[in-house]
Write a protein that binds this ligand. Sequence first.
Ligand SMILES: C[S@@+](CC[C@H](N)C(=O)[O-])C[C@H]1O[C@@H](n2cnc3c(N)ncnc32)[C@H](O)[C@@H]1O
Length: 289
Amino acid sequence: MSKQHPRNVSGYSDAAVAAAYDRLLVPYHLAAPARDLVAMLGLPAGSLVLDVGSGTGAAAVAAAEEVGPEGLVVALEPSLEMLRLLHEKHVCRAVAGLAPGLPFPADRFDAVLANFVLSHFRSYEPALRDMIRVLRAGGGLGLTTWGAGQTEFMRVWKEVAGEFVSNERLQRAAEEVVPWEERFRDSAHIQRALEDTGLVGVEVKRQEYRVTIGLTDYLALREATIEGRFLRQEFGAEQWHAFRQRAIAVFQGRFSEPIKYSRVINLALGRKPPARETSGVASPRRASR
Ligand SMILES: C[S@@+](CC[C@H](N)C(=O)[O-])C[C@H]1O[C@@H](n2cnc3c(N)ncnc32)[C@H](O)[C@@H]1O
């Protein structure tokens, strides 16, 4: 299935966004599920791992710890600013690119990861098929998505945003960047997508993650999300300043420090079968390393 988007609204290629992403979203929201996803894959030391849509490396860093110095993690990401921050961590090989269109031969990797990336693909089936193509037979494809439900804090932040821009526009902007976010909140849809692209032994776990964060960091984190990036792009300096002041006033009035919430996340794993069991994925002949 495919969804088009008319312009680049993702903002991941902006240096300030990438820095805020790495400082806030990674430690508060993305690193813990990435670690659990890597644990679910059970990567032996020495494995060759591909992290697709690596961002600044939440999953690549976790995978590098598992595979050790004899292994290799390759991180693929379209945003050069994200790659620059990842490069500074010296844990893996960073490659600029997109899925589909992975610049690797078939049947090469022991595992492929995609931490919070599935919902970003314009067409998720070709992207999944390409990730399976580069996976060796028996290798695991692991991915995460946001589960259902929004926190009280997200609701209040969106209420404040709604004083400045219609909720419909905010939602449309998010859909342009993550067209499949709503669909893949549902674990049954993830299961189906992975099985339809030929993976076997698919399991999807729903796991709850608790977050404790100060108000200032929380508001800065929201500004680094898709909706926050959209508002910053849309507003002039004056309106942006007014919006931020209003958000601080509302949050300080309603909540005390620190704020605490939990988020449900889907962690999914499937394995590539030998060639005769696979429909529509490439030959499992393993290229030599
Ligand atoms: C929500 S971020 C997750 C980043 C990282 N996996 C993490 O856990 O921090 C989604 C990432 O997917 C990347 N992305 C978007 N479309 C992509 C595509 N077609 N192929 C590869 N990466 C893509 C974005 O640039 C962004 O860095």
